[in-house]
Design a binder for this molecule. Structure first.
Ligand code: ADP
Ligand code: MG
Length: 395
């Protein structure tokens, strides 16, 4: 179901409650990565240009009550720099002073409310709190895709009291992730990695019903390799997921999905950046070693395999990429997918985006999802509460 967006409504002279995901990393009170703030800029610019009175709100971190270190002050400063315009701030997100500040906004002005999670009612999705937030505005715009898998007051509850539409980032996320699941151009390949199968069972099962090719790397590939009878030394493995792996292997066969597992790997004495390591075929992994990355042959097989695809979805690193010697497989996959000119390329997952960012390649994909947990739940086929709360396009 397509959702209404900010472009479908008239925002001029209206007070717009804009939920954004400004949950950015901070160090010594300063914003160390402003990607999430930049992600909200298209919607903020749109609202300013269309004469809305913008009341932006977000959570930051996991405060229990008021926490001075988690105020949105430095986020406000960064936002103000990015939009080259002063913005107003408030000491709270509800209450008489906030109401007065909202009421005095002029068209095109921006007010950033204080951290929503200073109130425990936010995560509890308390109706009175949601109503107090809603009372500040005439319309609700949700651009916080990264928080859409949570049914909180500001992500879902407020929609009971205000007309609710998607922001432009939310729209982009739904278009790309939803488009890949609903009507991908074929061939469609998914490259899946990361630590564990158990984190991604529902994702694997769902994506298996959509793709033509499935490539598996990372820690989770070890369990698949063991399920196929390979000796994998003391690699990270989930013995309780061997049946899941076998079932995915047989479902792929039944559906005619081409399933590619690593043919060669990097095996290290231990999972440490300074450990000695070798490149080996998967049937010759030394007993006292652990698989920490895919090998060069696998990198080129995966590269060749995505080369002919029209849609490619990548989620999860191919190895322990935090350790530079074992980042090579993830970097190779990042580069192969970035080099495709004729395909819709989508990256999802927290760590996956970090791999692309480390190479400065973010701009080379059709879409890099801003939601870690939210994109995974979406790709599992679940309805996200923050999306469900938005108005549907009729028809
Ligand atoms: P994402 O956040 O992109 O969905 P995950 O959180 O599922 O990715 O997985 C990322 C983690 O998987 C990384 O911290 C990485 O070190 C780990 N990992 C990848 N390959 C291996 C491996 N062979 N052994 C152990 N850990 C691995
Ligand atoms: Mg992760």
């Amino acid at each position: 179901m397509r959702k209404r967006t900010v472009k479908d409504i008239d925002v001029r002279d209206k007070c717009v409650l804009l939920r954004v995901d400004f949950n950015v990393p901070l160090k010594d009170g300063e914003v160390t990565d402003d990607a999430r703030i930049r992600g909200a800029l298209p919607t903020i610019h749109y609202l300013i240009e269309h004469g809305a009175k913008v009341i932006a709100c977000s959570h930051l971190g996991r405060p229990k009550g008021i926490d001075e270190s988690l105020r949105l002050r430095s986020v406000a400063e960064r936002l103000s720099e990015l939009i080259s315009k002063p913005i107003k701030t408030a000491d709270d997100c509800i209450g008489p002073e906030v109401e007065a500040a909202a009421a005095s906004l002029k068209p095109g002005e921006v007010l950033l409310l204080e951290n929503l999670r200073f109130h425990s009612e936010e995560e509890a999705n308390d109706p009175a709190f949601a109503q107090a937030l809603a009372s500040l505005a005439n319309v609700y715009v949700n651009d916080a895709f990264g928080a859409a898998h949570r049914a909180h007051a500001s992500t879902a509850g407020v929609a009971d009291y205000l007309p609710a539409v998607a922001g432009l980032l939310m729209e982009k996320e739904l278009n790309f992730l939803g488009g890949a699941l609903a009507e991908p151009e074929r061939p469609f390949a998914a490259v899946i990695g990361g630590a564990k199968i158990s984190d991604k069972i529902d994702f694997l099962s769902n994506i298996l019903t959509k793709v033509d090719k499935l490539m598996i790397g990372g820690g989770m590939a070890n369990t698949f390799l063991k399920a196929e009878g390979q000796e994998i030394g003391h690699s990270l493995v989930e013995d309780e997921q061997l049946d899941t792996a076998r079932s995915i292997i047989s479902q792929a066969r039944e559906r005619g999905v081409q399933l590619l597992l690593p043919a060669d790997v990097i095996a290290a004495e231990k999972a440490a950046a300074d450990a000695r390591f070798i490149t080996t075929a998967v049937n010759a992994v030394p007993e006292h070693s652990a698989i920490v990355d895919i090998g060069p042959m696998t990198m080129s097989v995966f590269a060749r395999s995505v080369d002919s695809c029209r849609t490619v979805l990548w989620n999860g690193p191919m190895g322990i990429f935090e350790m530079p010697p074992f980042a090579i497989g993830s970097y190779a996959v990042a580069r192969s997918i970035a080099s495709l000119d004729n395909a819709t390329t989508i990256l999802g997952g927290g760590e996956t985006g970090a791999v692309a960012a480390a190479l400065g390649l973010e701009g080379h994909y059709s879409h890099v999802s801003t939601g870690g947990g939210a994109s995974l739940e979406f790709l599992e086929g679940k309805e996200l509460p923050g999306v469900a709360a938005l108005m549907d396009v009729p028809g």
